[in-house]
Design a protein around this ligand. Structure first.
Ligand code: ACO
Length: 430
């Protein structure tokens, strides 16, 4: 009898089963043999929202939610945020190792080569209403890219996969900036391949500010934000990427789905919701009243930017972002007055038994909006700012899923709760 196993006795039948344990998990398929009788389908696991189910093996991101640890390919995220560039981090996440100088140069130049989008996309973008939310526009335009690259359907071809990965990472800042410029009625700005990834994005976004040249510290701050948002293992939008990708759909369609998942206020949409919440609170003295209303349900909202499915101690990204906010305020020469509201909210919530007992701490979205605001990036762009770097994580997970022999089309089971067999009744007798 192996030591690493679980003995299960089915009290319905008195039978005992030996289920192997590997990597702290049992395979729920091993439960299928546990049956009441020959006609029984077999035991299943029931886990709505995947609270305790591992859906894959992954070598990309490690999180220890109790200790507040986040690592990409083994490297602590705070070390990367301090020392690595965004392009180095993207390479690391996708390929598993930090690049050499030559590899980095080749990687950066291949990204720069692909930043332009097909001119037809300009016309497509113009079809949106003037007030279209940039996230809605991004979902559509990224999905539309699949029609320009029909060979992207060949997802089992590693070379073609690599080409779509490069295209997506290169083009998403262009589409993101254009989505915003359309909403303002500003002319589209074409990419500048001489600039870095972050500097080029800022320029495309803000070119109407005459002679706009992004400050190097602002570019670095954006690089750090991109590093912190690049991957987060099996979160909602990544699960969507893997799920759509498992049907062998092309990566543009799959990423459009992931962006849609990210849009929700319980996921990436929280950064926009945090800023709106801070604006609604307005001043420091209103914080206790707001926290009380959150707790008794009368605020009609949760405390946005607080809580996390995995982190039950602190979110290491929030720590780095809080420090970064101070640096950005120093560079731009003004402190966002909402920072005081945020700090007070954090202070009160961290002392309040409601939040302490539920292990609710500030997450990545709590302070990121304040930095975007200081960089004069409009609120409706906040979740777009998250989607740009997360594209790297989604693609790394997609590649890993497609090359994992254990993966198949994702298809959960259900517990049917509807009617038993019924016979059709003609409309006259209903
Ligand atoms: N404010 C107030 N109460 C909260 C909050 C919050 N932000 N988050 C959780 N709770 C409470 C719940 O009401 C619940 O209380 P109960 O046990 O009395 O019913 C308890 O804490 C547990 O909450 P769940 O919803 O079960 O926790 P879950 O792990 O499913 O949710 C989530 C995690 C969605 C992030 C949640 O904490 C939340 O809604 N936070 C606000 C939105 C947010 O900031 N999302 C961004 C997450 S980070 C990211 O996706 C990039």
């Amino acid at each position: 009898m192996p030591n690493e196993s679980l003995t299960i006795t089915d009290n319905r039948t008195g039978k005992t089963y030996e289920i192997p344990i590997q990597d702290g998990t049992i395979r729920t398929m091993d439960l299928r043999q546990i049956r009441k009788d020959e006609s029984d389908f077999g035991l299943m696991g029931y886990d709505p929202a995947f609270m305790n189910t591992a859906s894959c093996r992954s070598a990309i991101t490690f999180i220890d939610g109790d200790q507040g640890i986040l690592r990409y390919r083994g490297y602590p995220v705070n070390e990367l945020a301090e020392q690595a560039t965004w392009m180095e981090t993207a390479y690391l996440i996708l390929k598993g190792e930090l690049p050499t100088a030559a590899e980095l140069e080749e990687w950066e130049s291949s990204i720069k080569k692909h930043t332009f989008v097909h001119e037809n996309l300009r016309d497509y973008l113009k079809g949106f209403r003037y007030d279209a939310h940039p996230m809605g526009v991004l979902v559509s335009t990224v999905g539309a890219l699949s029609t320009f690259y029909p060979e992207a359907k060949e997802v089992l071809n590693p070379d073609l996969r690599r080409r779509q990965i490069t295209r997506l990472i290169a083009k998403i800042p262009t589409l993101a900036a254009w989505a915003y410029r359309h909403s303002r009625g500003h002319p589209f700005v074409y990419p500048d391949p001489d600039l870095s990834y972050s500097a080029n994005f800022l320029r495309m976004l803000k070119m109407n500010q005459s002679n706009y040249v992004p400050h190097p510290d602002v570019v670095r701050a954006l690089d750090v934000l991109f590093i912190l948002h690049a991957d987060h293992e099996q979160n909602c939008s990544t699960n969507v990427m893997r799920s759509i990708g498992s049907s062998q759909a092309d990566p543009y369609s799959a990423i459009a789905g992931s962006i849609a998942a990210l849009y929700g206020p319980l996921h990436g949409g929280a950064n926009e919701a945090v800023l709106r919440m801070l604006q609604q609170i307005g001043s420091k003295d209103k914080v206790p009243e707001f926290v009380k209303a959150v707790k008794d349900g009368s605020a009609g909202t949760r405390l946005m930017g607080f809580g996390h499915r995995v982190y039950k101690n602190y979110d290491p990204r929030a720590k780095v972002i809080k420090g970064l906010a101070e640096k950005v305020f120093a560079v731009v020469g003004r402190k966002n007055p909402l920072l005081d509201v945020a700090l007070e909210l954090e202070r009160i919530a961290l002392e309040d038994p409601y939040f302490v007992q539920r292990k609710l701490y500030p997450n990545v979205d709590f302070y990121s909006g304040l930095i975007y605001e200081a960089l004069e990036i409009p609120v409706e762009m906040y979740t777009v700012m998250f989607a740009i770097p997360r594209t790297v994580g989604w693609l790394a997970q997609w590649e890993e899923m497609l090359t994992d022999k254990e993966q198949k089309i994702a298809r959960p089971r259900q517990i049917y709760t509807g009617y038993d067999l019924r016979s059709y009744k003609p409309i006259s007798s209903r």
